[in-house]
Ligand binder design. Structure first.
Ligand code: SF4
Length: 692
């Protein structure tokens, strides 16, 4: 309902990298956004948006939005640009990419991620363009591919419980997730369960806002989740809290997993995880003797060397106790695999335009290394051009010094499609102004619920902004690509993003369509593996095990002598990755880059609450403000991210100290597998920073 006849109501979907994918209702008058609300009829959204997105109009109308194409006039990274026309910009980009493509199209690298989760403005026209060009392919690993591969190997896909059913669970393990900050709508369901008598247990190295509100918090060391899962299995076995029938019928490789789990008694687990044996026993007792029991696993725990194996071990726990028999039992890490049968990906992305070519694939998580590599038979051609959209790698990719050095290369032609002059856009040769969600069409799936959504444009693009699809459509025309698919409009792409199982008319009328799935999808097995069973092990899938961190006091004692603190870098509550850092009202709440420290670790280093400190290791250092509080356990510091470098204290951020070593499965970065030390900055240096 609108409050005036001159107002319109437009259905939209939140595009951000968040499992909740809220359905939104936008009230518009003329070209003015009057109100942005959560759709009360959409069960996962239930009428509420988070603080970040309820202020979306502030982002759309932000005075620093890029509103015209820009050409660099200063050194790379300085952020000095002049406005140019679209005609000049498209001509220059098409000419430069065309010349490189003539030599070798694989020297062109598209770089994109989840700046929008939309199927249309994400990878549709962009993918068609780069496929036709024959550019390098990108392995999009930066956030979730270790866990994703873990689920794939165990369940056969990224599938899990319906989020709404958590309200009926009697015990919920919230594992590696600060739900209040990054999965708010799940938290509402968990709260309802709590009011109905359910017990909530948080498992997380950090005493998060969520852990604070749970009945119990188990603060294990980063990268030890797999060991804890094995210890729980040990206790479930020795106490016979097992669903023998479910294991026999629906789990492949249980006898081998049983043998392995029996080598992990609580005392061994306690030593590895930095918790007590009684915590392991108590957690196993709760898990083994309650029904329905559910796990909300999130991606924080898989950002370590053994993240894939740990995901696999945790994903097997519900099979041991037969939790899947109940609609309010099982696990949810990702629901995105449920959408696979209804997505028209091949039509949207047109891999057939490769026409038999098989370009190399580069991993987005090692962009720092790869931009600095020369041509070689192993690597292929040196990267000569980079086209970045829906991503801010200079801020978010690991090991910033290499990333910045790569982006600063004078011989690299960089094009960035953006809303703002981010750290990455500052390194561009050409910046192209992109539309925001309220200005374009899109279609959405979710990785936290099971509803497809549509996003209709609510207002005209601000300034000269154009949608990603429009930009790639026009570049395709300039490059002489004549296939009819390059003429598809954004609305056509949105209308065809799903199969007939998700009718576009219904999406437009209701805003969303629920996928037709059973309430308890694996009550009788039926996992999307080749034989319908969950796999502890199977052909080509080894038995999972605890894989220690690259960097920890136990696995790398010599390194730990120099850098004795384990660092994790979870998102600050009011930011979403690096999005929203430049929204002033949100940045004002965060105030400054923060490192949470335990009082003992701070005292050993002469650090007081509020001191400006230097966090460092052999890869680099960054400055932030120490907060001495209970959020950090001894031996672990929490560097909240992800600040734009140029808005940080010394124009750096937490990724100065992270590294580019990859996870056991899925070739993902291991951001939370990182040793550092911390020192107070001298008073003079702190004052200089404050003045800057
Ligand atoms: S960021 Fe998440 S919680 Fe916030 S509106 Fe978007 S989907 Fe909803």
């Amino acid at each position: 309902m609108t409050s005036s006849p001159s107002q319109r109501l437009v259905r939209a979907a939140c595009p951000h990298d968040c499992p909740d994918t809220c359905a939104m209702k936008v009230t518009v008058e003329g070209e003015q956004i009057i109100r942005i609300q959560g759709d009360a009829d959409h069960p996962p959204t239930h009428g509420a948006l988070c603080t970040k997105v309820s202020r979306y109009a502030e982002r759309v109308n932000h005075p620093e939005r890029v509103l015209t194409p820009l050409r660099r006039v200063g050194p790379k990274g300085a952020g000095q640009f002049e406005p140019i026309s679209w005609d000049q910009a498209l001509h220059e980009v098409a000419t430069r990419l065309g010349a490189i493509a003539q030599r070798n199209p694989e020297a062109i690298l598209p770089y994109s991620y989840a700046g929008t989760m939309g199927l249309v403005q994400g990878e549709s026209m962009a993918a068609r363009f780069f496929h036709k060009l024959g550019a390098s392919l990108l392995n999009r690993t930066i956030c979730a591919s270790a866990g994703g591969e873990g689920l794939q190997q165990t369940y056969g896909g990224k599938v899990g419980m319906h989020v709404e059913h958590f309200t009926e669970s009697r015990l919920i393990l919230i594992w590696g997730s600060n739900s209040i900050a990054s999965n708010l709508h799940f938290w509402t369901f968990a709260q309802a369960a709590k009011r109905a008598g359910a017990k909530l247990i948080a498992i997380d190295p950090r005493h998060t806002e969520t852990a604070q509100k749970c009945h119990q918090h188990i603060a294990l060391l980063p990268g030890t989740d797999g060991a804890l899962a094995l210890g729980l299995m040990h206790e479930l076995i020795v106490n016979d809290w097992l669903d023998h029938d479910y294991l026999a019928q629906h789990v492949e490789g249980w006898p081998a997993l049983r043998e392995r789990a029996l080598t992990w008694p609580p005392e061994r687990v306690a030593e590895v995880c930095g918790i007590t044996a009684d915590e392991v026993r108590g957690l196993a007792r709760d898990y083994g003797t309650t029904a329905p029991v559910a796990i909300r696993l999130n991606y924080g725990m898989q950002r370590v060397r053994g993240g894939g194996n740990a995901t696999r071990l945790i994903a097997l726990l519900p099979c041991l106790v037969g939790a899947w028999r109940h609609k309010a039992g099982g696990m949810l890490m990702s629901a995105s695999g449920w959408f696979k049968p209804v997505r028209n990906d091949a039509w949207l992305q047109r891999p057939d335009l490769l026409a038999g070519r098989q370009p190399r694939t580069l991993n987005m998580s090692t962009v720092g290394q790869d931009l600095l590599r020369e041509s070689s038979p192993d690597f292929g051609p040196k990267v000569e051009a980079l086209v970045v959209y829906n991503s801010n790698p200079v801020a978010v990719a690991p090991q910033s010094r290499q990333v910045v050095a790569g982006f600063a290369r004078d011989d690299l032609f960089t094009v960035v499609l953006e809303h703002f002059l981010t750290d990455t856009a500052d390194h561009a040769d050409i910046v192209l102004p992109a539309t925001m969600q309220l200005e374009h069409w899109d279609a959405h799936t979710s990785y936290g619920h099971t509803y497809a959504l549509v996003n209709e444009p609510a207002v005209r693009p601000r300034g000269e902004a154009r949608s990603n699809c429009e930009i790639f459509r026009q570049l395709a025309a300039r490059m002489g690509f004549t296939e009819p698919c390059f003429a598809d409009s954004d609305e056509t792409l949105a209308a065809q993003a799903f199969t007939d199982a998700v009718p576009f008319e219904t999406l437009r009328r209701e805003g969303w369509v629920k996928l037709p799935l059973p309430d308890a999808p694996f009550a009788q097995g039926g996992f999307p593996t080749p034989n319908g069973k969950a796999w502890a092990t199977g052909p080509g899938v080894p038995l999972p095990d605890h894989v220690p961190n690259y960097e920890s006091v136990v696995s790398a004692p010599a390194l730990a002598q120099r850098f004795p603190l384990a660092m994790i870098s979870p998102p600050a509550r009011n930011f979403l990755n690096s999005t929203f850092v430049n929204v002033k009202s949100l940045r004002d709440i965060e105030a400054e880059p923060v490192l949470e420290m335990h009082a003992d670790d701070a005292a050993q280093r002469g650090i007081a609450d509020g001191d400006t400190v230097r966090v460092f290791n052999e890869r680099g250092d960054y400055h932030c403000v120490a907060r001495i509080n209970q959020r950090a356990r001894p031996g672990v510091v929490n560097g909240l991210g992800i600040w734009w470098r140029k808005l940080g204290l010394n124009r750096t951020n937490v990724n100065e100290v992270t590294h580019q070593q990859l996870t056991d499965l899925g070739q993902a970065p291991s951001f939370y597998d990182c040793l550092v030390d911390v020192a107070p900055l001298g008073a003079a240096q702190s004052q200089a920073l404050a003045r800057a």
